[in-house]
Design a protein around this ligand. Structure first.
Ligand SMILES: Nc1ncnc2c1ncn2[C@@H]1O[C@H](COP(=O)(O)OP(=O)(O)OP(=O)(O)O)[C@@H](O)[C@H]1O
Ligand SMILES: [Mg+2]
Length: 248
């Protein structure tokens, strides 16, 4: 189980003043489940992922993995404990090839498996294995390669930050299917997908709605999607002073 206990995060704002990014977040996430985190832009989703990965250290609170307090552990130690994070904006590594980064993700990967993971994300291995991970790859291509890496890695805790962002309409459904097939009901792992995609939400076991740095709602898609849909309608009509979740 991955647990966040009373996690708050303050970062420096533009004028140097402290800015509260996360406020008193409490979450317990179980193995075998696929979680969706959604919410307005700037609500704190990526920051929460970075707190779990150890990129940001919480100002208050604790992060626990299978009962062990990992709050003070760095990124590398957390990676060794099986936490993997796919960035919202994946870094580009000029000079590194697709085949090489896949083997870094999972060193004992054989050629058949490696090619299979690239096909899973809709990329033809023959065209991509020797491509450089520098600026020559498009946004959607680099995103798909990152998802392929995470599939290959098969970590006990996987966080995908908007895996569908920039991916074309012909491939999104394939990507959702492969992520769902891999992580839903997989008793070995916990998967968290940060998403704004309407097609992703219904296939997840639970939706966590994060807004203004706090967990506002949590439940099954049947429980949470109507609340989001009503809030979208309310915001569009400009009623109730707009959104109850503080959407600008
Ligand atoms: N390093 C930082 N320094 C200062 N402020 C930051 C930093 N990182 C994030 N923020 C601020 O924290 C808030 C939450 O950002 P975050 O990236 O977590 O949002 P998000 O929910 O992932 O949004 P989006 O849906 O647009 O990806 C934003 O107001 C953002 O400007
Ligand atoms: Mg984000």
């Amino acid at each position: 189980m991955l647990e966040l206990r009373n996690v708050s995060l303050n970062l420096d704002g533009t004028n140097g003043a402290g800015k509260e990014i996360l406020r008193n977040v409490n979450l317990k996430l179980e193995r075998g489940k696929l979680y969706a985190i959604t919410g307005p832009n700037g609500g704190g989703k990526t920051s929460l992922a970075k707190v779990i990965m150890g990129i940001y250290t919480p100002s208050e609170g604790q992060v626990l993995l299978d009962g062990e307090d990992i709050t003070c552990l760095g990124i590398t130690e957390r990676a060794h404990r099986g936490i993997a994070y796919g960035f919202q904006q994946p870094p580009r590594f000029k000079g590194l090839l697709v085949e090489e980064i896949m083997k870094i993700a999972r060193p004992n990967l054989d050629t058949v498996q490696l090619r299979g993971y690239l096909r899973d994300v809709g990329l033809c291995p023959e065209d991509y294995l020797d491509r450089d991970l520098g600026p020559g790859l498009s946004g959607g291509e680099i995103k798909r390669i990152e998802v392929a890496q995470l599939l290959a890695r098969n970590a006990p805790v996987t966080i995908l930050d908007e895996p569908e962002a920039g991916v074309d309409l012909w491939t999104i459904q394939k990507l959702i299917s492969i992520i769902t097939k891999r992580y839903k009901g997989n008793s070995q792992g916990i998967a968290i997908v940060i998403t704004h995609n309407e097609q992703f939400l219904p296939v997840c076991d639970e939706i966590i709605l994060l807004a203004e740095g706090s967990v506002q709602e949590r439940g099954t898609p049947e429980q949470i999607w109507p609340l989001i849909r009503d809030d979208i309608v309310c915001k569009m009509k400009g009623q109730c002073g707009g959104s109850v979740y503080g959407v600008q």
